[in-house]
Unconditional design. Structure first.
Length: 547
């Protein structure tokens, strides 16, 4: 598809989003010929104090904001015009965007520790999965599924409902969970819980609680299952204080969000756009989707797919469906896997802020200073979240081809809208990001409707300033009651838990010349930044340097 290099910024009703005019200096106009996302230039010179590429807090296992603030030359001098309408933020590889998926089931009766449902086909193996809904108590999970589910069946719970079941329930695609009745003891067994329902699948899950200290371990402490009610922690971890500790809240598996990127880990609700139908309507093939074991039982939806339709088996690239529920037509399909989890951001949550400073064209924005004066106007706009399955279409809101998106961020004004996409990128060699080989996330702006409001590029044109901030959490997530939903996922963006520290780099790239292509002129190092998080107990001495 031909992309027009339009020249950045947002051609909208600027008065509606808060515009301020910055007067030019009284001295002769001097163009900013610098291109940088860093405050410190060569020799430590402060070239633009607001420039930044980093995340904070950067402690392992914490919620963390991302901020990228850059200035781009717009003059015809220096390194040339660097303003672009198509760009990507390649996020740090130690960061995770909200992880997990769910399946919606409708209740048809039950009570106590059971919920009956008219259709739970494909969920027979959904053991130790968190569940949320009417009268579900915090930290409740499904301990078994009985009744055959052909189609009806019963979801059996570890904790009794607080009232009669009603309406729809969300069941998670992960055995990450927490219990509130654990006995934690320095002597084996280290953990005893009547409601834990330990199985062999729990071996290797992380384990965390108030009196479990894993700071001496190379990685977060993990479980070794002994029986359905008992488990041990590794020798490198210790139980602190005077044990046994009774009635403890202990969490299993919370530090493994998004671990791996290909065939392991927990998959996320996502939309991919390279699907093809086959098997007389019983299969979907996709390279981008990267089907996981944790996709089995999840709903698939999209044009040409009738419900109920869910995944019953998978390879990395092929999903087998519960019936001939797609129309088996030829062509590339857009398909969504799963429902948003209880802890996912709510669609329309504010998740991103974007601030811009640029020379406005008075031919488009009446009352602006003449372009010849090289004046600059600044304004801001917010981006709101859309979960997979509810993406907003539009000429400036098209998901990049051959990708899987875990979310869309929509920027809307009275005149026009555009969108960014949060793209989950597998590790190499499956992943295709030329800059980051590890599993990570990219925030892609495929087509910002720029140029209409921007003065033309001349020898004295001022540079364009851009600041983008991605929130760590949202208003709806902050209001989630403690213990509801999958543990440690009530945030939009977080850093991976680690006892060994990390070193990763963020990049911003101009994609007009191809995905992941750095700006071709100037110093490429100006558009990347390395962050180093030391090993050991988290403190504020992490380094986000210019390397």
């Amino acid at each position: 598809m031909h992309r027009v290099r339009l020249r950045w910024v947002i051609p909208f009703a600027l008065a509606a989003i808060g515009m301020c005019v910055i007067a030019p200096a009284a001295s002769a106009n001097t163009p900013n010929l610098l291109n940088t996302c860093k405050a410190a230039g060569p020799g430590g010179t402060d070239v633009t104090g607001a420039a930044e590429m980093g995340h904070y807090p950067a402690w392992p296992g914490s919620q963390s904001n991302l901020r990228v603030a850059c200035i781009f030359n717009h003059s015809t001098g220096g390194s040339g015009d660097f303003v672009s309408s198509t760009f990507t933020i390649h996020d740090f590889s130690n960061a995770v965007i909200h992880n997990g998926a769910a399946r919606t089931v409708a209740s048809s009766g039950g009570g106590g520790t059971t919920i009956t449902t008219a259709d739970c086909r494909g969920m027979g193996a959904w053991v130790n999965r968190g569940i949320t809904g009417t009268n579900v108590v915090a930290r409740t999970f499904v301990t078994s599924v009985t009744g055959g589910c052909a189609p009806g069946g019963t979801l059996n719970l570890n904790i009794a409902l607080s009232g009669a079941p009603a309406g729809n329930y969300l069941v998670e695609n992960s055995n990450t969970r927490a219990v509130i009745d654990a006995t934690v003891d320095a002597a084996a067994p280290n953990i005893t819980s009547a409601t834990a329902n330990f199985t062999a699948a729990d071996n290797g899950l992380s384990v965390g609680g108030t009196f479990i200290d894993d700071s001496a371990c190379a990685a977060p402490a993990t479980l070794t299952v002994l029986t359905a009610t008992t488990a041990n922690i590794p020798a490198c971890a210790t139980v602190t204080g005077i044990s046994p500790h009774l009635a403890q809240t202990v969490t299993f598996g919370a530090t493994q969000d998004g671990a791996g990127a290909t065939t392991v880990g927990i998959s996320t609700t996502r939309t991919f756009n390279d699907g093809t139908f086959g098997g007389a309507g019983t299969t979907i093939t996709s390279t981008a989707a990267r089907f996981h074991v944790s996709d089995i039982g999840l709903k698939v939806a999209g044009a040409g797919i009738t419900q109920p339709c869910f995944i019953t088996a998978r390879t990395n690239t092929v999903a087998t469906l519960s019936s001939a529920c797609n129309d088996n037509t030829v062509g590339t399909k857009t398909v969504t896997i799963g429902d948003p989890t209880f802890t996912a951001p709510t669609s329309t949550d504010t998740v991103m802020t974007q601030g811009t400073q640029l020379p406005l064209n008075p031919g488009f924005v009446t009352g602006s200073r003449p372009c010849a004066e090289d004046s600059a106007a600044g304004f801001g706009i917010v981006g709101t979240w859309r979960n997979p399955g509810s993406f907003v279409p539009g000429a400036f809101a098209t998901q990049p081809a051959g990708t899987k998106a875990v979310g869309q961020i929509v920027f809307a004004t009275a005149v026009i809208s555009y969108a960014a996409f949060v793209i989950e990128v597998p590790a190499a060699p499956i992943g295709t990001d030329p800059l980051i080989g590890a599993y990570h996330f990219n925030v892609v702006f495929p087509s910002v409707p720029t140029g209409l409001a921007l003065c033309g590029s001349t020898a004295t044109s001022p540079g364009l300033g851009l600041s983008i901030g991605l929130n760590a959490t949202t208003a709806s997530q902050a209001a989630i009651p403690n213990g509801s939903g999958r543990p440690s996922t009530a945030q939009l963006r977080s850093t991976r838990a680690s006892n060994t520290g990390s070193s990763s780099t963020v990049y911003i790239t101009d994609d007009v010349n191809g995905g992941g292509v750095k700006w071709l002129a100037g110093t490429n190092a100006s558009f990347q930044r390395q962050c180093i998080i030391p090993a050991g107990t988290p403190d504020i001495n992490f380094q986000c340097g210019d390397g």
